[in-house]
Design a protein. Sequence first.
Length: 296
Amino acid sequence: METKSAPDSPSRPLIPVAWAAMLLGSDLPDIVWRLFAPEPGWLGWGKLALLGAFLLVTLGWRPLRRLWPFAMLFLAVKLSVLPNALAWWTALPPDLTSGYAAGQLAIQIGELVVMLAVLLLLWAVMRDRRASFLTRGDLSAPLEPVRWLGIGAGERWSTFGWIIGGAMFAGMAAFLILAGALALERLPQSIPLLWTVALFPAMNAVGEVLTFRVPLLATTHAVIGKQNGLWLTAVYFGLAHVLHGDPRGLIGFVIIALPVYLVGKSILETRGSLWAIVMHVLGDIPIFAMYAVAAA
């Protein structure tokens, strides 16, 4: 008699399907296209159409049915970038968006509004705050060992969360300083913008964790396994930094993918998002300090 797997057990046949959908919907096609010619304007819309078709297939074909929540939320995540990609805030009166602080505030507010829309869809799909990781989580949960990172048994997130967050802060600051992007001698001139170095990393961290990390992890880890869910999320966001973001290029992929893996690990192991947001804030502070210095 055939034995069926538990509803929440990983399915090996679905792993390559999920990865293929993520890679085709990511910035990878744009990166490959740019090796030969500028990407055409229809490429982004083509990826959205492909993901829409993927969603319909997962809804209609039983062997892929367990992937429909991922297909639904991944399509929503891709659609979530459209408001900022279309620069909606440029339609606002100039006095509301002039200057670095006002313009960045408009961007961050727009991203938080989009985040709320994505979270509403996540709730409609999952119907469970804990399963959706929409809780603060167990902040002192045990941390599963990662031998290749030197993380042994017995560690807890109550300690290691600060260690990882501190390393993300120090690593990003060191990279930006050594690359000449963060000019320390200009810090005194940026004091009037110091409040942005506290506010914008917090807004950006909440928006990115709850828009890009939580929905993808919530809809993949039980279907394709924790490690595949973690790396799928990390690679997706790392690829987004090859062409866009700070830093960018191959170094951007490397610098971003590993922290995203660790941030995702905190979400899965604490069953919540607070540590992920805290670590993301610490990693973003040097980046927004760079922006403030440049704008001063």
